[in-house]
Design a protein around this ligand. Structure first.
Ligand SMILES: Nc1ncnc2c1ncn2[C@@H]1O[C@H](COP(=O)(O)OP(=O)(O)OP(=O)(O)O)[C@@H](O)[C@H]1O
Length: 238
C-alpha cells in the first residue's frame, strides 16, 4: 500500500500481513507514516495504490459502522468517551451501532443484551467501582480503559489500538498491558498497536514492524527489533 500527499510519500510500498491472534506493534519515529497507514487500513484515507483486506474483504472506503460489522474494533489516540455520561452508558453506546436488525430490536431483549455485555467488559477492565461514575471524572488512564472496553463491545476479531499507552501512568500501563494480553489469550482477538512507548510495545507485542519515512525498515520479534542497528539509527536520526 502507498499513500502520497503530493510529493510526500507518507506510506510507500508497505506490505505486511497479520495473523489471527497475533499482537502486532507498528512503531517508528514521528512522521514515519503510522497514522496514515492506520487511516488507510481503516478506510478513512484512500490509498494512492494498494489496499487492505480483512478476512478477504477490502476496507477501501468502508464506513466506521461497517468496519465493526466486519469484526474490526479500534481505539483512538484522543479519548472517545463522552465525559458527562457514565462509564456504563459510554460502553453501552459503543455497542449500539452493532446490534442493528429491526427483528432483534423488536423481539430481542429490550437492550439486546448490551447492558450485560457492557458490565462484563467493565468488570474485565476492573472498572466496576466506576460503573455509574461520569467518565470525565476518571483519571486519564482509567478513561483509556473505558475506551478499550468500548472497542471490545462488538466482539471484534481484530482491534487497532492507536497509542493506547499515551499519557498513561506506569501502574495503569501495567494493568492495561496485562488486560490486553489476557483478552488476547482468552478470546484469540488480534491486535495491531501503534505505540511510542517502547517498553510497553516491546513487552506487549509478539511481532513488531518498524516504519521510517513511510517504509518498513525492520520486522521481527521484540528482542530482534531492540538490537537492530537500522532501527536504532532511525530513532537516533529521527
Ligand atoms: N493530510 C496530510 N497532508 C499532507 N501531508 C501529510 C498529511 N498527513 C500526514 N502527512 C505527512 O505524512 C508523513 C507521515 O505522517 P504520519 O502522521 O502518518 O506519521 P506518524 O508516524 O503517525 O507520526 P507521529 O508519530 O508523529 O504521529 C509526515 O511527513 C506528515 O507530515
Amino acid at each position: 500500500m502507498s499513500k502520497h500527499f503530493g510529493g510526500i510519500r507518507a506510506v510507500n510500498n508497505v506490505s505486511f500481513d497479520v495473523k489471527r491472534g497475533e499482537i502486532l506493534g507498528l512503531i517508528g519515529p514521528n512522521g514515519s507514516g503510522k497514522s496514515t497507514l492506520f487511516n488507510c487500513i481503516l478506510g478513512q484515507l484512500k490509498p494512492t495504490s494498494g489496499h487492505c483486506e480483512i478476512k478477504g474483504r477490502s476496507t477501501d472506503g468502508v464506513r466506521p459502522a461497517d468496519l465493526s460489522l466486519m469484526g474490526v474494533g479500534r481505539t483512538f489516540q484522543q479519548l472517545s468517551v463522552f465525559p458527562k455520561m457514565t462509564v456504563l452508558d459510554n460502553v453501552i453506546l459503543a455497542g449500539q451501532e452493532h446490534v442493528g436488525t429491526m427483528f432483534s430490536r423488536l423481539f430481542g431483549p429490550s437492550d439486546a443484551g448490551l447492558t450485560e455485555k457492557a458490565e462484563q467488559l467493565i468488570e474485565f477492565f476492573r472498572l466496576t467501582p466506576y460503573r455509574d461514575t461520569e467518565a470525565g471524572s476518571l483519571s486519564y488512564g482509567q478513561q483509556k480503559l473505558v475506551d478499550a472496553a468500548m472497542a471490545f463491545m462488538a466482539g471484534p476479531d481484530i482491534v487497532l489500538l492507536d497509542e493506547p499507552a499515551g499519557g498513561v501512568n506506569l501502574t495503569m500501563l501495567a494493568h492495561l498491558k496485562e488486560r490486553l494480553q489476557t483478552y488476547n489469550r482468552e478470546h484469540g482477538t488480534t491486535f495491531v498497536v501503534i505505540e511510542h512507548n517502547m517498553e510497553f510495545v516491546m513487552s506487549l507485542c509478539t511481532r513488531i514492524i518498524v516504519l521510517a519515512q513511510g517504509e518498513i525498515i525492520a520486522e521481527g520479534k521484540p528482542e530482534e527489533i531492540r538490537s537492530n542497528q537500522t532501527v536504532i539509527d532511525a530513532y537516533l536520526g529521527g
